[in-house]
Write a protein that binds this ligand. Structure first.
Ligand SMILES: Nc1ncnc2c1ncn2[C@@H]1O[C@H](COP(=O)(O)OP(=O)(O)O)[C@@H](O)[C@H]1O
Ligand SMILES: C=C(OP(=O)(O)O)C(=O)O
Ligand SMILES: [K+]
Ligand SMILES: [Mg+2]
Length: 570
């Protein structure tokens, strides 16, 4: 994939945009083309043989050669060469704009690693179709796209707008927020339903009603039974099912939210649906405790023994920040969901919370996703703002595992261009990061705290830390890891080494599970009894796809033999 942004060179449209607080005209932005890096291989290497023990359970593999190749990886490798392969993963929310087969395929071609469906919106039938299309694409066209299902959660939100994509609230306009149920056709104009029955009782005249973290604001001027009459004080677009918070005397009123269950009865049905459809990750909205993560994990184990569904904690409320470490420790990863988080804490605190969450996840060896409003203006415009590019750059520089598109891909006008921006910015910033590290003679790998609790895990951890250090020092072209559980691959990724990590696993579900993690290119390989032949097969298969070349230096790690070897590709 080229590093340049294929944006139109014409100016953005001149009409004033629907979204508030966005500039009407913006100058063009372009990221220069990335030059392929050539691997300098002057070093003497140790042509030792890898001794990988045979897998006890050889597993299904997609292609006849025994390797399920990722088309995008292959294309990127061909164009960019090894070292400029994108390490930061990309999640795209699938919505009305991107839900048919061709549209999902276009995102997969553009580099989507994970497709997210948000159970806040749409029907289960709609989501089933999307999930099946992603799986069909993987099976028929050789992509490797994982599926993440995001629960609705039970925070207070507006109803859907009778099918309208949005509604505009003007300054000073009077709107009614109500807990009454309407026949959709009979809903009066400027009336919004609220999902929480206690809403009309809980709010008080004078309270500030904040929609979607401040995209629109109202003040409560009167209460009439189930209806709360409000005046718009900050105009903007109301989106279906937008989150609602209310503030009293400048502080967030959150007692009600604190009492709502994290997993509603509707969420449980959605979770059953997700397990049935074989999603790879379930992201739990508005997590408040580690306990609820453990509850879901044991439920999944009971419902679907041996399944590899990862439970991801969404950090998006004051409650989640209070128990941050325990929540992350209990989960299989975290999403920093800045949309709702920004509604619950002052906006100026979001960047420092982001940094804290990204660092903590790395310490605890859990993948972390930075989500929401990364390229918000691209919902309407084909180019991002400089501020958005800076925001994306910051998340990439922090070495988050993944970036996530929400509205930009779900209902925006330029989903593929938004994806291209994330790809180009990621490649550029990752490259700068590597170059900067090499220029700084004193830069050494920052020591990561010990994460393992058992002796066996500790051995694997030290092997991975050492293998990453060796790979960096020898300027290796790749790390190969043979892993049954995926743990060794994660521990390598945690080190954020300079070269890409090819992870070979016999399990298709472990493979998809690893897709979310920084720098990992997971493949399915049905390990045979002969370790040397496994290695040779990996070499020849990757060579045939131009993903490695003769003479490349590869550091090989095996979680079965607990070994590290430096091998020159024959
Ligand atoms: N399955 C869907 N059906 C209809 N609209 C959707 C769907 N998924 C997402 N959207 C639209 O895309 C927007 C952005 O998606 P997302 O960020 O996941 O949700 P939210 O805005 O509720 O946080 C939503 O507000 C909604 O308008
Ligand atoms: C990603 C988020 O969650 P959702 O889109 O489900 O509201 C968010 O709040 O930023
Ligand atoms: K959600
Ligand atoms: Mg949210």
């Amino acid at each position: 994939m080229s590093g340049s942004l294929p944006f139109s060179t014409s100016s953005p449209p001149l009409q004033s945009r629907e979204l508030p607080r966005m500039p009407v005209m913006r100058p063009r932005f372009q990221v220069p083309v990335l030059k392929p890096l050539t691997a300098a291989l002057s070093r003497v290497v140790l042509p030792e043989k890898l001794k990988v023990a045979a897998s006890e359970s050889p597993v299904t593999v997609a292609s006849p050669e025994g390797l399920e190749a990722d088309r995008v990886t292959e294309a990127e490798r061909k164009e960019n060469g090894f070292s400029s392969r994108r390490r930061t993963k990309i999640i795209c929310t699938i919505g009305p704009r991107t839900c048919n087969f061709e549209e999902i395929e276009a995102l997969a071609v553009g580099g989507m690693n994970v497709a997210r469906v948000n159970m806040c919106h749409g029907t289960r039938e709609w989501h089933r179709n999307v999930i099946r299309r992603v799986k069909q694409l993987n099976e028929e066209k050789g992509f490797a796209v994982a599926v993440m299902m995001d629960t609705e959660g039970s925070e207070i939100h507006m109803g859907d707008l009778n099918g309208a994509e949005s509604a505009k609230a003007q300054d000073g306009q009077i709107w009614t927020f109500t807990v009454r149920a309407f026949d959709p056709a009979l809903r009066p104009e400027r009336t919004v339903t609220v999902n929480y029955d206690g809403f009309a009782e809980d709010v008080k005249v004078g309270d500030e009603l904040v929609v979607d973290g401040g995209m629109v604001r109202f003040v409560v001027i009167e209460k009439m039974g189930p209806d709360v009459i409000c005046r718009c004080t900050d105009p903007g677009l109301l989106l279906p099912r937008a989150n609602l918070t209310f503030r009293r005397d400048g502080s967030l009123v959150r007692e009600r939210n604190a009492m709502l269950p994290t997993i509603s009865s509707k969420d449980w049905l959605d979770i059953d649906f997700g397990i049935e459809e074989g999603v790879d990750f379930i992201a739990m909205s508005f997590v408040k405790s580690a306990e609820v993560i453990r509850t879901l994990k044991s439920y999944i184990t009971a419902q679907s023994p041996g399944s590899q569904i990862g439970v991801i904690a969404k950090i998006e409320s004051v409650g989640s920040l209070k128990n941050l470490k325990e929540i992350i420790q209990a989960s299989d990863g975290a999403v920093l969901a800045r949309g709702d988080l920004g509604a619950q804490i002052p906006l100026e605190q979001v960047p420092s919370v982001q940094q804290e969450v990204v660092q903590l996840c790395r310490k605890l060896n859990k993948p972390v996703v930075v989500a929401s409003q990364l390229l918000e203006s691209m919902i309407e415009y084909p180019i991002p703002t400089r501020a958005e590019v800076a925001d994306v750059s910051e998340a990439v520089a922090q070495q988050a595992d993944a970036l996530m598109l929400s509205s930009e891909s779900a209902m925006g006008q330029f989903p593929e261009k938004a994806l291209t921006v994330l790809t180009s910015v990621s490649l550029r910033i990752e490259k700068c990061h590597r170059e900067q590290k090499h220029l700084d003679a004193h830069a050494t790998q920052t020591d990561l705290p010990i994460v393992s609790s058992s002796k066996a895990d500790r051995i694997a951890e030290e092997i991975c830390n050492t293998a990453s250090r060796i790979a960096n020092k020898l300027k290796a072209d790749a790390i190969f890891v043979y892993t049954k559980t995926g743990q060794t691959a994660s521990l390598l990724s945690r080190n954020r080494p300079d070269c890409p990590i090819f992870a070979f696993t016999p399990s298709t579900s472990i493979r998809r599970y690893l897709i979310l993690q920084w720098g990992l290119m997971p493949f399915c390989l049905d390990f045979s009894d002969d370790a040397e032949s496994n290695l040779n097969r990996s070499f020849s298969l990757l060579k045939a796809r131009a993903m490695i070349n003769s003479g490349d230096l590869v550091i090989v790690v095996s979680d079965i033999m607990q070994s590290i070897q430096a091998i020159k590709v024959p």
